[in-house]
Ligand binder design. Structure first.
Ligand SMILES: Nc1ncnc2c1ncn2[C@@H]1O[C@H](COP(=O)(O)OP(=O)(O)OP(=O)(O)O)[C@@H](O)[C@H]1O
Ligand SMILES: CC(=O)C(=O)O
Ligand SMILES: [K+]
Ligand SMILES: [Mg+2]
Length: 573
């Protein structure tokens, strides 16, 4: 069915405060109009309303004004301390491990700005993970935090099971080692047992085995049945679970497609995660979009649609299928650790930039992960190079940054988190100033998504918000789509996303610049808007003179399943 109306409702007065902001007709006149017919809204009738600068004097006393918003303590504190513009936009993910799994440590990380806690299912037993999940839920419920939980599957990858020593072991140049898939009893020096039966298939004499992306290298000098006899050509360390990659004539011999992305253990871990209500499942070693779709279908059948699926880009295959994987997923992790095993590490910076660009274009949140502050596993200060790397990811507008060993096993996890927090706030401020003239301007994003009306509304809303210098953007959303489209434009003011769906709230936690708030929403959008503004005002966080740009995207029952999307600018008096 065609879109019923291209008309726009432009209501209200452009007066007072609005003119001060330079609100002129062309701000929305020229930019909002190009709304197309047949624009892929699934045949629904869509009404688009653009309302301008309605002054709201003496907000109606609403009975529910005292009702608490689902405002988390950290965002609330940050807003009070730093004001709207000072709120951090880049989200922070911390890997939980033995160094930070006590209630006290988790609380300190939550206070330090952890938005998402990651549990790597490669380690520990399920009981341990369950204990951490329960602690986080308890902190959220009892202390008012809003920390989402992510499980990260083990996935399949060729790695060391045993290298003949209890911990790490040094391989000296010229030494001869046997690589085998046999499970040997007892201690066998110079023998590396691997996890994958077929690890040597297709490998030839003269091929090179690289350990952990360059920790050590070996040349295959003989094939003995399924085993490989190798000589160390570049001395280095074997860590427990060290990973292999195979190279021939300077090119990777791709092996990942032979291994299943989702093993039996991964399915069992996923089942565990779903029954414990985790918010994200990060899928390791995704090679193509099929495994992502398979998991999403499973979650759908399991009525667990609020669990979001993140695909980890950490293999050559995943880079070759990047766009379809991004499209199929709810978000992406640039898993630079394993990616650096699979591709030459000098390619990591450009690949990271490309992945973040594709994610932004296709409107999926992206996490930059691994070795951001690696030296802080041992030392209390980061290297300057690490700070530069973190800042570059922020400058690329990644949605989130992730700590791995720094928080999981490091001696200075909280400090590492505060380094991320400070470095990202600093770089956000700097890029905001620099980008006022706009290099990464939203207009370059163009029209690329199926729901073009929503996309255009959000592009225009952000342009208006930036031009007008409003203090905050409020968005009312059920599934988070509008909030996400606003975030995609990386606006200067923070985006307060009001939703009545807790799954949406926890998922939005990963999105750049979005502060998700849980609140009961009624069919009456005007009432929702005045009520939420009023509550925030009552809490003393909005004051007279503040301006809010309001975007709504809900389907009120009286419109009979037609979407109603609108932009309004409200000035608090
Ligand atoms: N739950 C845990 N228990 C023990 N050690 C952990 C745990 N989680 C992480 N670690 C340690 O912290 C280090 C970094 O953690 P992380 O989980 O990010 O590893 P990774 O190898 O980068 O991830 P992946 O296995 O997904 O590629 C690991 O090498 C591991 O030693
Ligand atoms: C995070 C992760 O899996 C990696 O960097 O390999
Ligand atoms: K993992
Ligand atoms: Mg990995």
């Amino acid at each position: 069915m065609a879109v019923a109306s291209d008309s726009f409702i432009v209501r209200g007065l452009i007066t007072g405060k609005a003119t001060k902001f330079g609100l002129k007709n062309e701000v929305f006149g020229a930019k909002v109009v190009p709304c197309r017919r047949n624009s892929g809204n699934g045949g629904k009738v869509v009404r688009v309303g653009v309302k301008a600068a309605v002054q709201i004097g003496g907000l109606e006393e609403v009975k529910t004004a005292k009702q608490e918003l689902g405002f988390d303590v950290v965002s609330e504190g940050e807003l009070r301390e730093k004001g709207f513009l000072g709120m951090r936009k880049t989200k922070l993910v911390c890997t939980i491990g033995p160094a930070c799994c006590s209630m006290e440590d988790l609380e300190k990380l939550a206070l330090g700005g952890m938005n998402v806690a990651r549990l790597n299912m490669c380690h520990n037993k399920r009981d341990w993970h369950l204990d951490v999940i329960k602690k986080i839920k308890k902190l959220n419920e009892e202390k008012g935090f809003c920390v989402s939980v992510m499980i990260d599957t083990e996935g399949s990858q060729i790695h060391v099971l045993d290298h003949g020593a209890p911990s790490s072991v040094k391989a000296e140049e010229g030494s001869i080692w046997l690589f085998t898939a046999q499970k040997l009893e007892g201690s066998h020096p110079f023998t590396v047992q691997t996890n994958y039966e077929g690890f040597s298939q297709g490998i030839e004499v003269g091929d090179v085995i690289v350990i952990d992306g360059g920790m050590a290298s070996f040349e295959v000098i003989e094939k003995v049945g399924n085993d490989l006899r190798c000589q160390c050509t570049d001395s280095g360390l074997f860590l427990p679970r060290a990973k292999f990659s195979f190279w021939r004539d300077g090119k990777l011999v791709a092996r990942n497609s032979e291994l299943p992305t989702l093993s039996k253990k991964d399915w069992a871990d996923i089942e565990f995660g779903v029954s414990e209500g985790v918010d994200f499942i990060a899928l390791s070693f995704v090679n193509d979009a099929d495994s992502v779709r398979q998991l999403k279908n499973y979650l759908y059948m399991r009525s667990s649609r609020s669990t979001r699926v993140l695909a980890k880009i950490e293999s050559l295959e995943s880079l070759l299928n990047l766009e379809e994987i991004v499209e199929a997923s709810d978000g992406i992790m640039v898993a630079r650790g394993d990616l650096g095993v699979e591709i030459p590490y000098e390619q990591i910076p450009t690949v990271q930039e490309e992945i973040t660009r594709v994610c932004r274009e296709l409107n999926k949140p992206v996490i930059v992960a691994s070795q951001l502050l690696e030296s802080m596993v041992e030392y209390p200060t980061p290297t300057r190079a690490e700070v530069a790397d973190v800042s570059e990811a922020v400058r690329q507008y990644a949605d989130a940054l992730m700590l791995s060993g720094e928080s999981a096993i490091g001696a200075y996890g909280q400090k590492a988190l505060s380094v991320l927090q400070m470095a990202s706030s600093r770089m956000e401020l700097w890029s905001r100033e620099e980008n006022r003239e706009s290099i990464l301007h939203q207009r370059q994003l163009g029209v690329s998504l199926p729901d073009q009306i929503a996309e255009q509304i959000c592009n225009c809303a952000v342009e208006m918000a930036n031009n007008l210098g409003v203090d905050a953007i409020f968005v009312y959303t059920k599934h988070g789509q509008m909030a996400s489209l606003l975030s995609r434009n990386r606006p200067y003011p923070p985006i307060f996303a009001f939703t009545s769906d807790n799954g949406t709230r926890m998922a939005l936690n990963l999105q750049w610049g979005v502060i998700p708030l849980l609140v009961d929403l009624s069919d009456d959008m005007e009432a929702n808007i005045s009520r939420t503004i009023d509550i925030i005002k009552t809490k003393g966080m909005l004051k007279a003179g503040d301006a809010v740009l309001v975007v709504s995207d809900l389907t009120p029952a009286h419109l009979n399943s037609t979407a109603y999307q609108s932009i309004q600018v409200k000035t608090v008096v």
